[in-house]
Design a protein around this ligand. Structure first.
Ligand code: NAX
Ligand code: K
Length: 489
């Protein structure tokens, strides 16, 4: 499990560790790691390290200090290093002295911008690699114009120190010009931007360097599930199980207008776990035709007992749909409410009264549905989703390139996907079915949503395999996604 802390907490931990270490020691450790990754990248790209050229973009703070020290270490390996100073009067003193001692060249941003053709002012044009030390934890807003103008001139790959400059460290928002790095070397702990879109797509591969902060950090602000976490939580049938004991999933979705939503939601449920799936609604014939193993009935009252309900996809918002949501919420079993069910809950506050207190509810809005339910999301998605989860007393999963999932107790999971394959019609219906299957099996709601987001993304990647995929094929790839996890049977 990848653990993530917000910058305020990382800085507090840094202060504790700084107070008991030699001045400059942490920075040199961080910078040395940057130089190691820079050297590796040079070797991979040009087959050598000595003789290559590296340009450093150096801002006013310690992030610039890291870059300068990294430059000094690279000089020792025979690399030609030029530092481009954005704030010559405020440059990190020891870092600058170290680079000069090591034989590095130093120019100002103004020299580079003047487009003189001598070697120094050409530093960016001739670099094999650029190290971004413009700004780190203190970043606010997009790159300032002088920094943005420099970054625009870069053609070589960039290694970001701590984070790509210009992105917001805590929200991952990109509100102006920002660096797009080939790799990021970060220190002490992952920060939100490394896993939150859109900033995460600008990090390249992220390398975490231990600088001794972990004992001072406490509980993380949020977590990212890895394949092992998902495998450990997937419900697998035990020898004594029968079709009922694994948890029966009920699907109350779709209808005569959107029978496809009924099929896709049911597909997600059927393919995620063994046992039984029931369907209740006016698309019963269509569902039965696609999945003969599903017990399909025309109405909720005929459906029989289930251990979790999935509702919302393709349900519409007419009075019949409202009654369906009301009945499902009153059923005293966990519910996953998606799409129209979220819209109905937003539009008809009385529906909340149908809910049995303490019965788990998972809401899975996309951004527009979220706005209807909880207001404008703003730049800080994590804070908005946590607030909505507390207010709705539910697990809230906000869909997006970074799926953010919050429990009402404040725990947060984030799933970042660098791929857009799941962004296809009906894909959310499949996700709902997966969540329903996991809820019915007794998986804790936060992790049912978290594991489902992971499985859905993995299934989409398998189904797409580099080309567009429809939602039906995402559902069909769920078993392959589970097999790839190698859960223990
Ligand atoms: N505290 C420590 O012990 C350590 C800190 N380290 C480094 O120190 C960094 C934090 O350093 P600082 O607190 O000095 O601050 P930064 O280096 O992050 O920021 C420096 C300055 O950049 C400017 N700036 C802010 N937003 C900007 C924008 N959008 N465009 C251009 N310039 C902008 C501001 O004037 C700010 O003061 C970390 O990210 C990390 O790289 C590492 O050396 C590890 C050890
Ligand atoms: K940076």
């Amino acid at each position: 499990m990848r653990e993530v802390w917000t910058t305020g907490r990382i800085r507090a931990a840094e202060d504790v560790v700084l107070a008991r270490t030699q001045p400059g020691a942490l920075m040199r450790r961080a910078a040395f790691a940057v130089s190691v990754h820079a050297a590796r990248m040079l070797r991979e790209r040009s087959g050598r390290v000595a003789g290559c050229r590296v340009a450093l973009l150096v801002g006013a703070g310690n992030n610039g200090g890291d870059a300068l020290w990294a430059g000094a270490f690279l000089r020792r390996r025979g690399v030609g290093v030029t530092a481009v100073l954005l704030a010559p009067d405020k440059t990190h003193t020891e870092g600058l002295a170290a680079l000069r001692r090591a034989g590095g060249r130093v120019v100002t941003a103004a020299d580079v911008s003047s487009e003189r053709s001598d070697g120094d002012s050409n530093a960016l044009a001739t670099a094999d690699l650029v190290i971004d030390g413009i700004v780190g934890l203190a970043a606010r807003g997009g790159l300032r114009p002088d920094a943005a103008a420099l970054v625009e001139r870069v053609t070589a790959p960039i290694i970001a120190v701590d984070l790509p400059s210009g992105v917001d460290p805590d929200t991952g928002a990109v509100t102006g010009p920002a660096v797009a790095a080939a790799a990021t070397v970060t220190f002490g702990a992952y920060k939100p931007l490394h896993v939150l879109a859109p900033a995460a797509s600008r990090c390249g591969e992220v390398h975490l360097i231990d600088i001794g902060l972990r004992p001072e950090l406490g509980e993380p602000d949020f977590r990212v599930l890895d394949p092992g976490d998902v495998a450990a939580r997937l419900p697998l049938p035990k020898p004594a199980d029968d079709k009922y004991t694994q948890g029966v999933v009920g699907v109350a979705a779709g209808g005569s207008t959107y029978p496809g939503a009924a099929v896709l939601t049911t597909s997600g449920a059927v393919l995620t776990k063994s046992g039984m799936v029931r369907y209740a609604g006016s698309a019963a014939d269509v569902v039965r035709a696609r999945w003969p193993e599903v017990i399909a009935t025309g109405s909720l009252s005929d459906a029989g007992r289930v251990q979790a309900w999935v509702t919302g996809p393709g349900l519409g918002t007419a009075s019949g749909a409202r009654e369906t949501v009301r009945e499902v919420l009153a059923a005293d079993v966990p519910v996953i409410a998606d799409a129209d069910a979220v819209n109905l809950l937003a539009a008809h506050p009385d529906l909340w009264d149908a809910r049995e207190p303490g019965t788990p509810l998972v809401l899975t809005p996309h951004e527009r549905e979220f706005a209807r339910l909880a207001g404008d999301i703003g730049d800080d998605h994590v804070a908005a989703v946590v607030a909505a989860a507390k207010r709705c007393d539910a697990v809230v999963l906000l869909k997006g390139h970074s799926t953010v999932i919050a429990d009402q107790d404040g725990r947060v999971l984030v799933h970042y996907t660098g791929r857009a394959w799941p962004a296809t019609a009906g894909s959310g219906d499949v996700l709902s079915g997966i969540i329903g299957a996991l809820l019915a099996a007794g998986v804790e709601p936060l992790f049912a949503a978290g594991c489902a987001a992971w499985l859905h993304d993995s299934a989409a990647a398998i189904a797409a395999s580099g080309a567009p995929t429809p939602a039906s094929l995402i559902a069909e790839a769920i078993p392959a996604a589970i097999r790839a996890l190698e859960p223990k049977t």
